[in-house]
Design a protein around this ligand. Structure first.
Ligand SMILES: CC(C)(COP(=O)(O)OP(=O)(O)OC[C@H]1O[C@@H](n2cnc3c(N)ncnc32)[C@H](O)[C@@H]1OP(=O)(O)O)[C@@H](O)C(=O)NCCC(=O)NCCS
Length: 151
């Protein structure tokens, strides 16, 4: 039996989703994450398009994946690429296949959206993420440096 079952997020998951979002993206404030969650659940957010959560056998949420479809993704040939915008598993639930289960469900979602490519990214120094991406069947397609300036 797998370590967790994966399903679509519901409004009852808001608290756990918020807790995990804060852990994955600590640069966002709690208020910002709360607003993003509310906008998604009321259908007002252009992105993400779908959110999957992983539930352990006790019914506790231990991971999530946020998904979108991008018109362009590095290394891809198609113009509707299923995209992994966020991928997180609670530290105590890691290395038990929960991450893989989220990716498998995300792939099914992408196929159902008519996509035939799935892409993602990670910070250049996040070696755990890179290893987990490769284990889930992704291949490296390059390292990108990002810049900005005020206009
Ligand atoms: C990346 C993450 C989602 C993986 O979740 P997970 O539930 O641990 O993943 P799985 O148990 O399905 O692991 C799948 C495979 O990935 C690789 N892997 C995962 N964690 C690893 C680690 N710490 N070191 C080396 N390989 C690792 C292994 O090959 C593993 O298979 P194995 O356990 O049979 O050896 C999780 O580590 C996480 O939330 N990290 C912090 C947030 C993050 O960096 N997210 C990605 C942002 S781009």
């Amino acid at each position: 039996m797998s370590a967790a079952s994966v399903r679509v997020v519901t409004p009852a998951d808001s608290g756990a989703w918020l807790r995990m979002r804060l852990a994955l993206w600590p640069s966002g404030s709690e208020a910002e994450h709360r607003e993003d969650i509310e906008r998604f659940l009321t259908g007002d957010a252009p992105e993400p398009l779908a959110v999957l959560v992983a539930e352990d056998r006790q019914g506790r949420l231990v991971g999530f994946a946020e998904l979108s479809i991008r018109g362009y993704a590095e290394g891809c040939r198609s113009t509707r690429v299923a995209y992994l915008e966020g991928w997180f598993v609670e530290p105590e639930a890691r290395r038990r296949g929960v991450g893989r289960a989220l990716i498998a469900a995300a792939e099914e979602w992408g196929r159902a959206q008519g996509c035939d490519e799935f892409a993602s990214d990670a910070d250049w120094d996040n070696e755990v993420s890179a290893a987990a991406h490769r284990a889930a069947g992704f291949t490296d397609v390059g390292l990108v440096r990002c810049f900005r300036k005020d206009l």
